[in-house]
Design a protein. Structure first.
Ligand code: 3PG
Length: 208
C-alpha cells in the first residue's frame, strides 16, 4: 500500500535499476550498492535468471529488493515468492492494478500523462513512477503535475544521471529517482564492485 511504498522510497534518493543475469555475482553487486548507501534495489524481470538474482540479493543484509518490468499477474506472484518487498512497472494498465490488489507487496506503477496518473490515483495509488522521465519531458512536466495533482508523488526513471537527478530531487513531488547509471554494464562485466560502490555513494549523497 501507499504507506509501505512511502517508507521504502523515503530511505534513499536513488533506486538502482538493475539488469542482471549472473546469479553468482548477484550478492556482490547487491552488497556494493547497499554498502554505498542504496538499499533499495530494482531488479528488472528482463533476464532468464532475474528471479534467482532477486533471491540471492534478498539474502544481503540491509537490501530491500524489488522487481522491475512487472507486466503480468504471474510476474507479481513470482516477485513476491522470490522475496521482493516491492514491484515496479513501466505502465499502469487497469488489469495490472486490479491484479495487484491480491498481492501482499506494493506496486509502483508507471505513468507518463495526467490521465494515467489520475487513473492510478482513482485506484488508490499515490506513489507513481514517471516513465520514461527524460523522453516524456523531464522536470518541466513533473513541475506542471504538482499543482493539479498535489497528492501524487513520483519516482521519475528513464534517462536520469547524477547531474539531472539533482534537479528532479529538488521538485516537491519527487520522492526519489530510479536509474541504471549506478550499475554500468562494463563495471559489472569487469567485476568492478568498488566502482559500483563509489557510484552508489555519490548517488546516496544527493539530497532527497
Ligand atoms: C529502465 O527501465 O531500463 C529504466 O527506466 C532505466 O532507465 P535508464 O537506463 O535510462 O536509467
Amino acid at each position: 500500500d501507499a504507506a509501505t511504498l512511502k517508507s521504502i522510497l523515503s530511505v534513499a534518493p536513488v533506486v538502482p535499476v538493475i539488469i542482471h543475469d549472473d546469479v553468482s555475482s548477484a550478492r556482490n553487486l547487491a552488497e556494493a550498492l547497499v554498502a554505498g548507501g542504496l538499499p533499495n534495489l530494482e531488479i528488472t524481470l528482463r533476464t532468464p535468471n532475474a528471479l534467482k538474482v532477486i533471491e540471492e540479493m534478498a539474502k544481503v543484509k540491509g537490501a530491500v529488493v524489488g522487481s522491475g518490468t512487472v507486466r503480468r499477474k504471474k510476474d507479481m506472484k513470482a516477485s513476491r515468492d522470490a522475496g521482493c518487498q516491492f514491484m515496479v512497472s513501466p505502465g499502469a494498465p487497469l488489469a495490472l492494478l486490479e491484479a495487484a490488489e491480491d498481492i501482499s507487496i506494493p506496486l509502483l506503477p508507471g505513468i507518463a500523462s495526467p490521465t494515467e496518473a489520475m487513473a492510478a490515483s482513482l485506484m488508490g495509488y499515490s506513489y507513481l513512477k514517471f516513465f520514461p522521465a527524460e523522453a516524456m519531458g523531464g522536470t518541466p512536466v513533473l513541475k506542471a503535475f504538482a499543482s493539479p495533482l498535489p497528492d501524487i508523488m513520483f519516482c521519475p526513471t528513464g534517462g536520469i544521471d547524477i547531474e539531472n537527478a539533482k534537479i528532479y530531487l529538488g521538485l516537491s513531488n519527487v520522492i526519489c529517482v530510479g536509474g541504471s547509471w549506478v550499475v554500468p554494464a562494463d563495471a559489472i562485466a569487469a567485476g568492478d564492485f568498488d566502482r559500483i560502490e563509489a557510484l552508489a555513494r555519490e548517488a546516496a549523497s544527493l539530497a532527497q
